[in-house]
Design a binder for this molecule. Structure first.
Ligand SMILES: Cc1cc2nc3c(=O)[nH]c(=O)nc-3n(C[C@H](O)[C@H](O)[C@H](O)COP(=O)(O)O)c2cc1C
Length: 292
């Protein structure tokens, strides 16, 4: 690329050129046929933006609040794994960017820096993303550490009872890096010469039985607000209200989990419509905030 990249597509192309294929494929790929991966992009391209004219836009304020935290724009950093595979500064650089942009960073369970290191490195409001493990003690220990380190919410990812079948990772025999948050408690090294290391680790350790009733357990171990990430239907949004979580993240996990799931943006309207129906006067103020 002759000039500095100016948009995310150009950054992606740059990443493709400089990263080892195994890592690039991990970051860029989706599950199985990658049907949903393509749909995620196509669905955005089907949305057009209709401008209204003669409005004074000399001062623009995009700021909003999420769970009471004021942020500069309705854009946050979703939890993504293994940042150090892309850059030596890893999650610390991402956290610095979140602070500079005055937005919220959700730190992945699968980070390559510890949650304490990230907390010490920046002033950004941080949420901690959790996969609930078969060994509940490990999950409780992580939640307590997040609470102690000043994270402001626990985001439980609920679309990953098993890791999505990511065929590129299987072919590349993707090697999972050490998960820093688990260091000292358990080894995350997986020798899996048959396929994807991350898939083997997740399938050995994530609790595929975790379901609605277990939200009570989570509430019993933390005072932090609880968000569930991976909701795609109004039925599940309704259930989330019933079990009393503090927020939902509408998401198909970047098409990395269930292939042929709908594009996230295409179901957002349905889910938001449900909230308007149950609470017509409080859009934007309700404790259940809306995001993808
Ligand atoms: C490389 C990569 C790693 C990801 N790692 C995680 C993760 O560790 N935990 C998680 O909950 N979501 C993870 N995600 C999903 C993102 O948080 C986010 O949901 C996705 O990129 C955007 O799709 P959505 O708009 O459907 O949410 C990852 C996504 C990518 C691309």
């Amino acid at each position: 690329m002759a000039t500095e990249p100016v948009n995310v597509n150009e950054f992606q192309e740059l990443a493709r050129r400089v990263l080892p294929k195994m890592y690039y494929d991990f970051f860029a790929g989706g599950a199985e046929d990658e049907h949903t991966l393509k749909e995620n992009v196509k669905a955005f391209s089907r949305i057009s933006i209709c401008p209204r004219i003669f409005i004074d836009v000399s001062q623009i304020d995009l700021s909003t609040s999420i769970l009471g935290h004021h942020i500069s724009m309705p854009v946050m950093i979703a939890p993504t794994s293994y940042h150090k595979l892309a850059h030596p500064e890893g999650e610390l650089a991402t956290a610095k960017a979140a602070a500079a942009c005055k937005t919220i960073m959700m730190l992945s369970f699968s980070s390559t820096s510890t949650l304490e290191e990230v907390a010490a490195s920046c002033t950004a409001v941080r949420f901690f993303q959790l996969y609930v493990m078969k060994n509940r003690e490990v999950s409780a220990w992580l939640v307590q550490r997040a609470e102690k380190s000043g994270y402001k919410a626990i985001v439980v990812t609920v679309d990953t009872p098993k890791l999505g079948r990511r065929e590129a990772d299987i072919k590349n025999k993707m090697i999972a890096p050490q998960l820093k948050n688990l260091e000292g408690f358990m080894s995350t090294e997986v020798v899996n010469d048959k396929g994807s290391g991350p898939e083997a680790f997740a399938n050995n350790n994530f609790d595929a039985s975790f379901c609605w009733k277990d939200i009570d357990w989570l509430k019993s171990i933390t005072k932090l607000p609880i968000l569930i990430k991976g909701v795609l239907t109004h039925e599940d949004a309704s259930r989330a209200v019933e079990v009393g979580v503090d927020g939902i993240v509408v998401s198909n996990h970047g098409a990395r989990q269930l292939d042929y799931a709908p594009a996230t943006i295409s179901v957002l309207e349905e889910v938001i419509f449900f909230f308007i129906l149950i609470n017509p006067f409080s859009l934007g103020e309700d404790p259940l905030e809306y995001s993808t």
